[in-house]
Design a protein around this ligand. Structure first.
Ligand code: ADP
Ligand code: MG
Length: 613
């Protein structure tokens, strides 16, 4: 029997490989631009004819190639950029697969002209469908010019599949923009037929953005910077009012390489939160700098996809960076500065002026007059009936000074209530018994409060109010967890989404029977968002089986049960007083939602009677 397996001739192998690397003119342009940047060029000129179908030429003033290298550069897997497999994990250059020139030469007519500084004459190579047609010395400037003509001249089927010129040109401009953004220090120009479409002088990123997208962007950019051990983020975001209804101006670069990631896009758009509408896309150009050992860029031949070994941290850092930038921007507009981009840069790099956005949901001082009125001695007056509580006065914790708020996890792990330390001085009038009951002194006797039942009542009232009115304040999850549910629970959760949102949960569908928890109520003490959420669902189902509560009541009850202070939890005097104050601000302070007594009063006459007085 004869053998039938043969190695493909190089020309055919290259043509097949070319299908991956060169899908359309724009992908060839991308490769050529990246090679020019990798060669250290400071000026790169692009000439496009017939939307790249007839000609794409990239001329750079980089380091050029020797005659031998020029010839080698068209071999498949010929690269000067990596030598060992170890290098794959430390890639800082654009190219590394050594496939681009070979692929381009397989499906087009290519003319390469290149010269290094040390040689007087350069090299000219003409190659068509992988076949070298000409190689000779030539007088050229230092640098490299690659002209790719008649793309797919030898693969008519592919040529026929190219889109109309406007579509192909759009792709070309997209690729050009991405490279131009990632190298603002390199000057670029682009000619379409003989018309100069872009002329981008070397400059700073903010200037590059403006010369690419237009003068109107000048006042619209907010600098965004965040440095962590794992990843650094820097760049610009557009002001919320500048967000557009169409995509196209969202750019992520990882170690200067453009990437697409809907997961990271989500981090940005969710940081904009309510500042833009759901159908709007914010402008951003964000550069992530991360140790190449923590990423894998080798997942896709065209290399716009990337794997991070810790995607969630990257997500959290981006989101926090954008939030901070927006916070800073907010302060600035409040001060009504008309800043230019460069001034903003200075401003934001001064750490003193950074706004801690993470705290925005939970931070509140307790020395506002309203709070004083209703807390320390207020509850006593409340209890005695000469103070009318107005629980509906404020709808959420942002405005309601009476809220017992918890810090977001980002602010502090231990402190349970958001009470600035200097204000929690002991008054000596309240204390805890068995870490379960609060004993408080009143002018008319003693009050014994069950801390858990009391807190459940307070939370229940608040959650009901939130459910009826607006959205509850939310604290973002630092590492948004995904929760895998069974089909029934998933349907239940989907059905509860609006209510969950009112409570402060930001929950999103994330694949089959899975949800992503972006945020949890701001006032809930969270160690584990996933546990809280799963517990809530469990509790909700329990109540559903036991009692016939309406959905909102059930939710409010379930969450107040999950989120309340439990027996055994140590409270400081200020926390105790706040709790008691809030209990008596409730319209129904006597019982917990489950019907347990919340407090007992021991009045003076009873105390006297103990002693026969
Ligand atoms: P890769 O960029 O992945 O190494 P390419 O096929 O794009 O593979 O290029 C092959 C080699 O040719 C590069 O490694 C580089 O040494 C050389 N080269 C390509 N373009 C240029 C250029 N514009 N200037 C200098 N050298 C170049
Ligand atoms: Mg390359």
């Amino acid at each position: 029997m004869s053998n039938i397996i043969q190695l493909l001739p190089d020309a055919i192998a290259n043509q097949i490989a070319a299908g991956e690397v060169v899908q359309r003119p724009a992908s060839a342009l991308k490769e050529l631009l990246e090679n020019a940047v990798d060669a250290g060029a400071t000026h790169i000129q692009v000439v496009i004819k017939d939307a790249g179908k007839q000609l794409i030429q990239v001329i750079d003033n980089g380091k050029g190639m020797s005659a031998t290298d020029a010839r080698m550069s068209f071999e498949r897997h010929a690269t000067s950029k990596i030598r060992t497999s170890q290098d794959l994990f430390a890639i800082r250059t654009f190219g590394f697969r050594g496939e681009a020139l070979a692929s381009i030469a397989a499906v087009a007519q290519v003319e390469l002209k290149t010269r290094q500084t040390e040689t007087e004459l350069g090299t000219l190579i003409q190659i068509e469908g992988s076949e070298v047609k000409k190689q000779e010395p030539v007088a050229v400037p230092v640098g490299t010019s690659v002209a790719m003509k008649n793309l797919f001249f030898n693969v008519p089927a592919r040529r026929n599949f190219l889109k109309s010129n406007p579509v192909e040109m759009r792709h070309i401009v997209d690729e050009f923009q991405r490279v131009a953004l990632s190298y603002p220090e390199v000057a670029f120009s682009l000619f379409q037929q003989d018309l100069e479409v872009f002329s981008l002088p070397s400059g700073k990123l903010s200037q590059r953005i403006v010369s690419l997208f237009g003068k109107s962007y000048q006042g619209q950019l907010v600098p965004c910077n965040e440095e962590t051990l794992h990843v650094n983020v820097k760049g610009y975001i557009g002001k919320p009012e500048n967000a557009k209804k169409t995509r196209g101006e969202q750019f992520f670069f990882v170690n200067n390489r453009y990437i697409k990631s809907s997961y990271l896009h989500h981090a940005v758009s969710s940081a904009f939160g309510g500042l833009i509408q759901n159908d709007q896309f914010p402008f951003y150009v964000l550069f992530l700098d991360i140790d190449p050992a923590h990423i894998d860029i080798n997942v896709h031949p065209t290399k716009t996809e990337i794997k991070f070994d810790d995607e969630r941290t990257v997500y959290a850092v981006i989101r926090s960076a954008v939030k901070q930038a927006l916070g800073a921007h907010h302060v600035m507009s409040a001060l009504d500065f008309s800043l230019d981009v460069n001034f903003q840069e200075n401003w934001a790099s001064n750490p003193d002026t950074k706004v801690q956005v993470d705290r925005e949901y939970s931070y509140k001082t307790f020395n506002t007059p309203e709070f004083k009125k209703s807390s320390v001695s207020g509850w006593e007056r409340l209890f005695e009936g000469n103070f009318t509580p107005t629980p509906s006065a404020a709808q959420n914790s942002e405005e309601d000074p009476e809220f017992l708020t918890f810090p977001s996890r980002a602010t502090s792990d231990e402190s349970r209530f958001l009470i600035p330390p200097q204000e929690s001085e002991a008054t000596g009038t309240t204390f805890q018994v068995e870490l379960s009951y609060i004993i408080a002194q009143m002018s008319t006797g003693l009050l014994i409060v069950d801390q858990q039942s009391a807190h459940e009542r307070i939370l229940y009232d608040r959650y009901l109010r939130q459910l009826q009115s607006s959205q509850g304040a939310s604290q973002q999850c630092l590492f948004p967890p995904t929760v895998q549910l069974n089909a029934g629970d998933f349907a239940l959760v989907m059905d509860m989404l609006p209510e969950l949102y009112s409570l402060g949960f930001i929950v999103e569908e994330f694949g089959k029977d899975t949800v992503l928890i972006q945020g949890v109520p701001a006032d809930v003490q969270v160690k584990n968002e996933k546990e809280l959420f799963e517990g809530l669902v469990e509790q909700f189902k329990n109540f559903k089986n036991e009692l016939s509560l309406d959905k909102r009541e059930n939710l409010a009850r379930s969450l107040s049960r999950r989120a309340s202070i439990k027996k055994g939890q140590k409270l400081n005097p200020q926390e105790m007083e706040t709790l008691v104050g809030q209990l008596f601000a409730s319209q129904n302070p006597n019982y917990s939602p489950a019907g347990n007594k919340t407090f007992v009063k021991l009045d003076l006459s009873s105390i006297h009677s103990f002693f026969g007085k």
